[in-house]
Ligand binder design. Sequence first.
Ligand code: MN
Length: 762
Amino acid sequence: MPSKPIFTEIDGRRLKLTNLDKILYPSVGVLKAEVINFYLENAALFLPYLKDRPLTVIRWPDGIEGKKFYSKNKPKWTPKWIPSVQIPGEDNNYLLANERAILGWLGNLAALELHPMGSTSQQIDHPDHLIFDLDPLTSNEFPVIKELAFLLKEYLEKLGYVPFLKTSGSKGLHIYIPIEPKWTFKEAIESLKKLCQNFIQSKAPHCTLAVHKGKRKDKILLDIYRNYRGNTCVAPYSLRGKAGAPISTPIFWDQLAEVNSSGQFTLRNIKVQLAKGDPWENFKNSARPIHDYADRSKIVSTSASLEKLDQYNAKRDFTKTKEPTAEIPNEAQQRFVIQLHDASNLHYDLRLESEGTLLSWAIPKALPTKKDKARLAIRTEDHPVKYLDFEGIIPKEEYGGGEMWIIERGRYEWIEKKEGKLKFKLNGDKFECSYNLFKTKNNQWLCKVLSAPVLSVYANLPQPMLANARKTIPKATHYHHEIKWDGIRVFIIIEEEDLKIISRSGRDITKHFPKLRAAREEFEIEEGVFDGEIVVLDESGKPLFSEVISRMHTTGENTIARASISKRATCYIFDCLVVDGHQMMYRPQERRYGILRAVIPKMKYFRVSEVFEDGEALFKGIQEAGMEGIMSKDKKAPYFPGKRSDGWLKIKVRSEIVATVIGYTKGQGARSGMIGALHLAQIKEEKIVYLGKVGTGFDHSTLQAIMEKLKSIAVISKPIKEDIEEASRTVWLDSKFKCNIEYASLASTGTLREPVWKGWAD
Ligand code: MN
């Protein structure tokens, strides 16, 4: 029986999802629901490589063992809101997967393979990246392909390209080089052929460009034939219609040595890879001119531009600052960067590459994100192009002293360019927005939004990121460590003058924390979404979980007001999802942390949870302080809403205690006739200090043995004054038997949290 269709809404689009329990990959049991889920959860990773590109999909409505359907032309039943495009010289009406809901719709069609073109519909004749497809002759020759990939990488880098790597998810590897979309497919492939001929001759005589198998003999085909107009290649993160649900997966170059097959990353294990960060984060920013056509691009007049950097030079002492020196590249491109600069005043810097330098503005209150807002922008001196990649610390006493982080980068297009009147569209890696920037007087400009960035985070607040539990602290240096705060997990939402506190279940709990709400000004930004934990600290700085819980259940304004004085809540912020309209989730953890420190500098009601490099030392400190544990976070990991991964690890302190068994609760269900849990206490100078009960850590035979041992002991009346649950099923004993118990921490009531039975103490 097929399951009933489900109607759902994704980002305001209504979708009908059918046969969600259909098995699409029989050998691993992957259901259609899982495919749709994968598409929706990772849409932000998919979309940059699909948006505006004519798309061919391969569908397997009956799973990969059934019939497959290629579609270049959009199906008749395609909903009206899904855009499509016809390209000159073809009859097909291609789909454009431009938003998350379309990915959901494609998943529902069992479109397992997504093959976009190498150009966008706006510049259909001009590719913006080139692809090398490396396939081994036989499956055991994958190591040969790896070696070839490294050789090619080195060769491409010498020519000025930035190569990006992914598994094809089938047999081999794909290398992509982003290029400026200024050359036609014909020009690009001509140049590429020459490049490959030289490469084969000088570095790789075991390769060939000959497609015909007879001509190829036993040589490896250096396949550049996906770069013809109208050809496609499987998209980064697309599934493949092959056994095991493999994914064409972007990987870091330094990972390649450990990759042993093209199908290594699958729907079942992709999470581990995603937790390592986005290997293609800089894809859009890395477009280069085609190397042997560079002379055809607009060459910058060097003498004129160097003068433009005189001011930049005069303000800086390059023996003291690590900022780039004034240099002019020999070709003109249109890249941009937005940096967050923690100088004397926290501000953003917008820089547009133009004629060999970066036109620069300092923006005190961030670029506007709403149409009715105009924000001040102060024109600053032109910066050298190398500043596009600058991130780091400018020494305090130097000009612009303070730390700087890259928030967005990518390419831009002019909409209008007149003296003192600029209109342009920023096309970032995960950001699209156009602005009107115009001069008012002297160096003062105003910035207005023409089309606003789209952020679905506000409409659909995601689930908080979760952690995998570990017993040991990771030793790898790409982890840093912080205190595991023990309180209430919350999202803090800042919108202009407003501050909202949203609980893990999505409930607005702002009214329970008036002092936190009043501390809005501790965030030096206009808007944002932050992840943190509200804790009530005891005098020693230790968080008291029960106190926060009691704050949550306090009602009535006067009681809340009193509680907020007696039980002062502090909110530890450890992550940001959005900062001033910029999506932060796919940025590396360490950058997100740096940005937090810059935007929440006061450390009063809201404090940035400090990170430590020495995990062992932190753990020891936590253990001594009787706190819950530590979090170890991969510095490169993105923020995964609602997911556990190795991006975040939690390592809880476990302690041992010797306790006396003072009774038991009778078991029920599977434990009927045996003990359900043991009541524990410590007996100090005749006084019984109740420790709560332990119900885990036993196997069946242990339970039986314990029952036997306890049968012989005299039953007494309740020896403690604490109220307990299931009192009627509890038996109290005059026991002297002692046992070992492992536990996480002591609750404020003195009972053990997460206790586990470890055996009798002798
Ligand atoms: Mn600045």
